[in-house]
Design a protein around this ligand. Structure first.
Ligand code: RP5
Length: 177
């Protein structure tokens, strides 16, 4: 992890969430965005959660990514304690029924305390969204997001070519190429 001041705080309810949350850390590393990663549990370390969320902005952070499974109150509670944008990652964990419990716990916030909720286990998207928020104010990071999305486009167009080479055809490509 970079030694500079973290711009993104990745927190999770347990170290058992790390396997999922690693995706956010990996993509932030790709974008050269300094981050920190630690365990903060809403139910088991409530005072640590209050301290973390209340101080994040003063510590220089711009975005918090919070992941949790089951009765996943961490993202919402953190959002209630900070003016920073909070991105919630629902984790399908050992105490999840089927993942919907954590999705709904994070998604269905009351008016006034939004959490930007990504798909189940989609911590990579949380990292990309955090980078996009930072990139809205920081041109080099914004440019990296543009390049990343162009690369995604190239990958898909390669797949289009491969399908055509493999013998599949469709009317749309006949009119556009
Ligand atoms: C949640 O309970 C955590 O976020 C984790 O997803 C789940 C299980 O935690 P452990 O029992 O593995 O510590 O609060």
């Amino acid at each position: 992890m970079p030694a500079t001041t973290p711009l993104v705080g990745i927190i999770m309810g347990s170290d058992s969430d790390l396997q999922v949350m690693q995706g956010a850390a990996d993509i932030l590393t790709t974008f050269d965005i300094p981050f920190e990663l630690t365990v903060v549990s809403a139910h088991r370390t409530p005072l640590r959660m209050v301290e973390y969320a209340s101080n994040a902005k003063n510590r220089g952070m711009k975005v918090i990514i919070a992941g949790a499974g089951g009765a996943a109150h961490l993202p919402g509670m953190v959002a209630s304690l900070t003016s920073l944008p909070v991105i919630g990652v629902p984790v399908k964990s050992s105490n999840s029924i089927d993942g919907w419990d954590s999705v709904l716990s994070i998604l269905q916030m009351p008016n006034g305390i939004p959490v930007a909720t990504v798909a189940l286990n989609a911590s990579k998207n949380a990292g990309i969204l955090a980078a996009s928020i930072i990139g809205a104010f920081d041109k080099p990071t914004g440019d990296k997001i543009i390049t990343y999305k162009k690369d995604l486009e190239k990958e898909v167009l390669k797949k289009v070519d491969k399908l055509k080479k493999d013998g599949w055809q469709n009317e749309f490509d006949k009119t556009t190429k």
